[in-house]
Design a binder for this molecule. Structure first.
Ligand SMILES: Cc1cc2nc3c(=O)[nH]c(=O)nc-3n(C[C@H](O)[C@H](O)[C@H](O)COP(=O)(O)OP(=O)(O)OC[C@H]3O[C@@H](n4cnc5c(N)ncnc54)[C@H](O)[C@@H]3O)c2cc1C
Ligand SMILES: *[C@@H]1O[C@H](CO)[C@@H](O)[C@H](O)[C@H]1NC(C)=O
Ligand SMILES: *[C@@H]1O[C@H](CO)[C@@H](O)[C@H](O)[C@H]1NC(C)=O
Length: 450
């Protein structure tokens, strides 16, 4: 529900791509020139376990869905343009997107190919790769078999942490935003219990947020951008859920780094496995899959605390919670298999570091960028579904457009609050590999570090 605009006090919870880009866009809008803007994060920037912080993220307009392909293409030009502040974090390595012709990943690659061919009409930018030979030749690592795909030479990747540091610097430079390091424990709601029977009870209003240190901040508008942690503070059951994704890292010699310098990003839509070109002698192997849920019985803070009961919600578990966390054997095995296939020379090189990174998954992979339907004064900016990073240069603008009631037409249905909650959130946007329905503790129980 739209509060009176512009709000005097705006509180942004979470300092990842969604929260920080929103802060920047607000400072650039004349309508918000008198708003006081505060950004709160539980970690000192850059959050070591934030989903927006990592060695690398793929930057691609290669989407099966035309609206995302278009928006990503706009973002991509801001990553690429040398005069853009973000360009120093970006490398245009090219992207090879493949799938087996008999796999469920194929339609995504087909549709994506059609979209990028239309977006990049220059011959040579986008080329079909028919069969194993063509794929191997394009990838140039001696690996990468598989039967069909294409290369988009105008896609690439970004040093995710570097991109976030640039964004943070831009926000700081405005001098308009107060940053606080505090852990949100709940939102503050107006009372819903009406003492007089003649007064119809109105929907609760969000008045601010409470923190673990006992302090609180009140605001006219609260923007929840807590990434994969959002569903543990606001009831998003059936609409968004945290899923853990595996990342494994291995060291390279200077010579190997040199040899792999010019490889493209390789993303296999049959398995969800991908390799981003290494930097600083570290190679990352990862999976864009259904991931693991981590169901825990918690009570989600509600407007009526006495009414809150324990429910099962998937919550992130990261190295901040457990410094010895290592990915489940299943995940490491998949990374190993992909490495063997994609860069055979490194087939047996041990992984020296691993990480579980958390997606905020929605049923269709669409972002959740909308006012909360039942609590006024609360705006949701989340639901990244494992593909939000690339939009860093543009998503804040779209979020603020939506705050102002001007959600882009082509995203109105996609980013809205779904009337119907689904039974189990499983992202089915055609891009995910692996098995759906895996549970972190179950997989952890099957074995430890190989
Ligand atoms: C392994 C992996 C690979 C990915 N690959 C790609 C890719 O190749 N390309 C792409 O475009 N996208 C990719 N993504 C998706 C992209 O990274 C995310 O969509 C995006 O970063 C999400 O940003 P966010 O702001 O929602 O969340 P985050 O960056 O996680 O921000 C949420 C913030 O909330 C803070 N927080 C949490 N709880 C609290 C609390 N109680 N109080 C205060 N603060 C709190 C956290 O510290 C964090 O900083 C990938 C994601 C992962 C995990
Ligand atoms: C697809 O074909 C490969 C061999 O090319 C085979 O190993 C795999 O089992 C097949 N998958 C399906 C789903 O048919
Ligand atoms: C993609 O994964 C499939 C299934 O494991 C495999 O057969 C194929 O060779 C892989 N392609 C590449 C390029 O790695």
């Amino acid at each position: 529900m739209t509060p009176p605009l512009p709000p005097g006090e705006i509180l942004i919870l979470g300092s990842g791509v969604f929260g920080l880009s929103t802060a920047l866009a607000l400072t650039q809008r004349p309508a918000f020139k008198s708003s006081k803007i505060t950004v709160v994060d539980r970690s000192i920037f850059p959050a070591p376990d934030g989903s927006s912080i990592d060695t690398s993220r793929i930057i691609r307009p290669d989407y099966a869905s035309p609206p995302y392909a278009h928006l990503a293409s706009t973002a991509q030009s801001l990553w690429r343009t040398p005069s853009s502040p973000f360009s120093t974090a970006y490398t245009e390595s090219g992207l090879v997107l493949v799938a087996n012709t008999n796999s469920s990943g194929l339609p995504y690659v087909r549709d994506s190919f059609a979209n990028v061919k239309a977006l990049l009409p220059n011959p040579g930018d986008v080329e079909e790769l028919r069969g194993r030979r063509a794929i191997e030749k394009e990838v140039g690592t001696g690996g990468g078999s598989g039967d069909w795909g294409y290369v988009n030479r105008r896609s690439g990747w970004a040093d995710a942490e570097a991109g976030m540091r640039i964004l943070r610097g831009m926000v700081e430079e405005t001098g308009r935003v107060t940053f606080l390091t505090r852990t949100v424990t709940s939102l503050i709601y107006s009372s819903t219990t009406s003492t007089s029977t003649s007064t119809p009870s109105t929907s609760p209003r969000v008045l601010g947020a409470k923190f673990a240190d006992g302090t609180s901040i009140s605001a006219d508008l609260v923007i929840a951008a807590l990434g994969a942690w959002t569903p543990s503070l606001i009831d998003l059951r059936g609409r968004a859920q945290a899923t853990g994704q595996v990342l494994c890292y291995l060291p390279l010699s200077a010579r190997e780094q040199e040899e792999l310098n010019s490889m493209p990003v390789l993303l296999n839509m049959s398995t969800g496995m991908f390799i981003i070109p290494p930097r600083n002698r570290v190679l990352k192997v990862a999976c864009h899959g259904y991931g693991y849920s981590n169901p825990v019985s918690i009570s989600i803070p509600t407007p009526e605390p006495e009414a809150s009961r324990k429910v099962s919600v998937s919550i992130p578990r990261t190295a901040t919670d457990d410094p010895n966390l290592w990915v489940p054997e299943e995940g490491e095995r998949e990374c190993r298999r992909a490495l063997r296939e994609m860069i055979p020379a490194l087939a047996d090189r041990p992984f020296t570091k691993s990480k579980i990174c958390w997606y905020t998954d929605t049923p269709d992979g669409d972002f959740l960028i909308t006012y909360h339907p039942s609590y006024s004064g609360l705006f949701l900016a989340t639901g990244g579904s494992g593909h939000g990073y690339k939009f860093l240069p543009v998503i804040g603008e779209k979020i603020v457009d939506t705050i102002e009631g001007n959600c882009p037409e082509e995203f109105k249905n996609k980013w809205a609050w779904r009337e119907e909650a689904v039974e189990n959130v499983v992202t089915e946007d055609g891009s995910r590999g692996g098995k759906p329905g895996m549970v972190l503790d179950v997989e952890m129980g099957k074995g430890s570090k190989l």
